[in-house]
Design a protein around this ligand. Structure first.
Ligand code: MN
Length: 148
């Protein structure tokens, strides 16, 4: 089977809401390219963050591998803020805070591989946010509007 690609849409794949858990995010879509296929108990998703948008700030036990395939942006990963762009491959380890922002004037699109069976995400409490903001770079990242 081949899912033909046109402009970041794949044949037979619906565009879904990013999340339905009430978490905080802006302008993110989700497409599921496959899930739990034969001997691959994984889900392979494409997320796209529109200009000025951002994914949920979260952590969880399960790991992600992410590959940027559209545009550029910035990610919070653990205690680091890193610029990311086309082709970059990013491992998000267990229990590390992570968030992606399309804050460099372009949409940010990325593939994200996860285990099909995985734990639910943990969202930050106010004290988690306060802890993260002790790092000035993270404070700036969390407080910027993201439209730059
Ligand atoms: Mn995650």
């Amino acid at each position: 089977m081949i899912r033909k690609h046109t402009n970041y849409r794949w044949e037979g794949v619906d565009i879904l809401q990013y999340k339905e858990d009430g978490s905080i995010f802006r302008d993110v879509t989700r497409q599921v390219l496959f899930e739990n296929d034969w001997d691959l108990p994984c889900q392979w998703r494409y997320f796209e963050v529109g200009v000025g948008g951002y994914s949920t700030l979260e952590k969880h036990e399960h790991t992600h591998w992410v590959m940027i395939i559209r545009g550029k942006g910035t990610c919070l990963l653990g205690n680091d803020i890193r610029e990311v762009g086309f082709g970059d491959a990013i491992r998000i380890p267990s229990w590390q805070w992570h968030q992606f922002k399309a804050n460099r004037g372009e949409s940010l699109g990325f593939l994200c591989l996860v285990s099909y069976e995985r734990d639910k995400v943990t969202l930050p409490t106010e004290s988690d946010i306060a802890q993260l903001k002790k790092n000035p770079e993270i404070k700036r990242f969390l407080e910027e509007c993201g439209d730059g």
